[in-house]
Write a protein that binds this ligand. Structure first.
Ligand code: BEZ
Ligand code: FE
Length: 304
C-alpha cells in the first residue's frame, strides 16, 4: 500500500490552493490579473472573473455543464461568417446590446436625445449613397409604399447639415436582401445626406416583422427557453454628423403584433411609431433624430 505522502494526501503544501476554499481561488485568479497594464481591461477582467466565479458557485456548475457552455461559445463562433454574426445575435437575445446602448445614451436621453436601438447583425458596409427622394425599394419589390421623411438635429434643435443617414430594412416578406435570393443586391438599403435644414427623405415599402435567425446555437437557446423568436417590423438607422456621437436606432411599427414582444428587447418607448396611412394605400413616417455632441465613433459593421 502506498503511503499518504505518495498519494499526495498529506498535509497541504504551504501556499497551495485548497480545493474547499473558493474564496482563496478567486483571490489567486484576481491576483494573476493584477499586472494587466491596460487599466480598463484590468477593471473589466476583474469584474468578469468575480461574476463568473459567483455564477459557478450560485448554480453549483458541474464540469459537464462547463463543457456544454464552452461548446456553445465555440459553436457561436463557428456559426458566424460573412452572412451572419451569431455573436451579435447572442448579445441581442440576452438584452445586453440594448442595456449597453441605453446606458451609453443616458445623458442624451435626459436632454431629449433620440432613443438608441441595437445595430443588429444585418448592417452592411458600403450601402449605396442615394439622392434624397430616391426609392430604396429596387424594381420588383412588391409592397405598400412608404415615404420616410426626417430631420437630423442637435439636442438644442440646430439642424445638422450634411449628416450621413444610413438605413436598412427587411422586405414585406420579412427578409433582408442578403437572406433572400429573390432580392437584388443592396435592396432596401441606402445612405442619404441631409440638406441645409438637416432634412432627408426617401421612398420604400412597408417592412414586415421577422424571426431572428434560429438555425444556430442561439436558436437552440431560444427554443430551450420557450421564447418567441420574432422582431416587430422596423427600419434601422445609423446617423453620423460631425462633432456628434453616432446614433444607431430603429423605428418600429406599433401595429405589428410583436410590437411589445421584441425577442431582442430593442422596441422601447418612443421608437414605436404609427405608420400613417396616406389615403392612397401607402404610408408615411416622420422622424426627428436628435444627436448628442461628442466624439464620432462608428459601430462595428458586421457584414461586408
Ligand atoms: C435586426 O434588427 O436586424 C436584428 C437584430 C437582432 C437580431 C437579429 C436581427
Ligand atoms: Fe432588423
Amino acid at each position: 500500500m502506498k503511503s499518504a505522502h505518495a498519494l499526495n494526501m498529506g498535509a497541504p503544501t504551504p501556499g497551495a490552493l485548497s480545493a474547499s476554499d473558493p474564496a482563496a481561488l478567486l483571490a489567486a485568479v484576481l491576483q494573476a490579473n493584477a499586472g494587466t497594464a491596460n487599466t480598463r481591461l484590468k477593471q473589466v477582467m476583474d469584474a468578469l472573473i468575480r461574476h463568473l466565479h459567483a455564477l459557478a458557485l450560485e448554480v453549483d456548475l458541474s464540469p459537464a455543464e462547463l463543457d456544454q457552455a464552452l461548446d456553445f461559445l465555440v459553436r457561436v463562433g463557428q456559426a458566424s461568417g460573412p452572412q451572419k454574426n451569431e455573436g451579435i445575435l447572442l448579445a441581442d437575445i440576452l438584452g445586453l446590446a440594448t442595456l449597453v446602448q441605453l446606458r451609453g445614451a443616458r445623458e442624451a436621453l435626459a436632454q431629449g436625445g433620440t432613443e438608441p436601438a441595437l445595430v443588429g447583425p444585418f448592417w452592411r458596409a458600403n450601402q449605396p449613397v442615394r439622392a434624397c427622394g430616391e426609392n430604396i425599394a429596387l424594381a420588383d419589390t412588391p409592397g405598400a409604399p412608404l415615404h420616410v421623411r426626417g430631420r437630423v438635429l442637435s439636442l438644442t434643435g440646430v439642424p445638422l447639415v450634411d449628416a450621413r443617414v444610413e438605413t436598412w430594412q427587411a422586405s414585406p416578406q420579412g427578409l433582408y436582401e442578403n437572406q433572400d435570393p429573390h432580392q437584388q443586391d443592396m435592396n432596401l438599403r441606402g445612405v442619404f445626406l441631409t440638406d441645409g435644414q438637416g432634412r432627408f427623405d426617401f421612398h420604400s415599402v412597408r417592412p414586415a416583422g421577422y424571426p431572428v435567425p434560429v438555425d444556430g446555437p442561439c436558436g437552440e437557446l431560444l427554443a430551450a427557453q420557450g421564447r418567441g423568436v420574432m422582431r416587430p417590423a422596423h427600419l434601422h438607422f445609423i446617423v453620423v454628423a460631425a462633432g456628434h456621437k453616432v446614433l444607431a436606432t430603429q423605428f418600429f411599427d406599433i401595429e405589428d403584433p410583436h410590437a411589445h414582444k421584441d425577442v431582442v428587447f430593442g422596441a422601447v418607448g418612443s421608437l414605436l411609431r404609427r405608420f400613417e396611412p396616406d389615403g392612397r394605400g401607402g404610408f408615411s413616417l416622420d422622424l426627428e433624430l436628435r444627436l448628442e455632441r461628442g466624439e464620432t465613433v462608428l459601430p462595428h459593421c458586421p457584414l461586408p
